[in-house]
Design a protein around this ligand. Structure first.
Ligand code: DC
Length: 217
């Protein structure tokens, strides 16, 4: 039997991590945060004092960087980068790094290998259903209103809601307009609005969709 792969895509603050983690726990399968991988490359680049726009040097870092990733933590070249990959500096640089095709090729290879090693899982990102796993068992595209998305980030990391909403909009624009695998909703993805519903309700809905999908396959 093919391993079960659930792709969870969507813009920043749509609730991907919360939903994907809860769903993976509920299903008893592995969880992979691919955004953390792009953040990990960004951390390695900034730590070496390189510019995020130095395409060749950034590509080389991506091909050699060592990740040790769990559901809650990320070590980059044996350094615990769990907190450091969520700083405003990384937030500001990561979408430049994620637009680099050498970086994307390498991360996709690693993501596919990870799924093979773990015999499936819930994978969250921007291009999971569109490019990384086009044959995923189920594709979910999460959305939420801009205000809800900004308020979630403020609740997690503090800051000014107007400033954060502006930074999120900027990052979405870069993620959606880049040439290589931009953020987009595929026609076969189920769109779920997380603005006004509980995590438990959303996870139950996705689980029901997955059960239907598995029955009909
Ligand atoms: O989900 P996140 O905010 O942690 O993602 C960080 C950045 O990485 C974001 O700007 C989009 C990018 N990203 C991507 O291009 N492709 C993915 N599969 C996951 C994240």
């Amino acid at each position: 039997m093919q391993p079960v792969v659930v792709a969870i895509d969507g813009p920043a603050g749509a609730g991907k991590s919360t939903i994907a983690k809860a769903l993976a726990r509920d299903l008893g399968i592995a969880y992979l945060d691919t955004g953390a991988m792009y953040r990990g490359v960004t951390f390695a680049v900034l730590r070496k004092g390189l510019a995020a726009t130095d395409v060749d040097a950034v590509g080389r870092i991506a091909q050699t960087v060592l990740f040790d990733q769990t559901t809650e933590t990320l070590h980059v070249d044996n350094v615990d980068a769990t907190a450091a990959i969520r700083t405003p500096e990384v937030d500001a640089a990561v979408s430049h790094i994620a637009a680099n095709s050498v970086v994307r090729d390498e991360m996709r290879l690693r993501q596919r290998q990870w799924i093979a090693d773990h015999h499936g899982g819930v994978v969250e990102g921007r291009d999971i259903g569109s490019v990384v796993f086009p044959d995923a068992t189920l594709k979910v595209y999460l959305v939420a209103t801009p205000l809800v998305r900004a308020e979630r980030r403020v609740a997690q990391h503090g800051g000014d809601v107007v400033e954060i909403a502006r930074a999120i909009a900027e990052r979405d624009e870069r993620d959606s307009t880049r040439a290589d695998s931009p953020l987009r909703q595929t026609p076969d993805a189920v769109v779920v609005d997380t603005s006004n519903r509980s995590v438990d309700q959303i996870v139950a809905d996705i689980r029901a969709l997955l059960t239907l999908r598995l029955k009909s396959s």
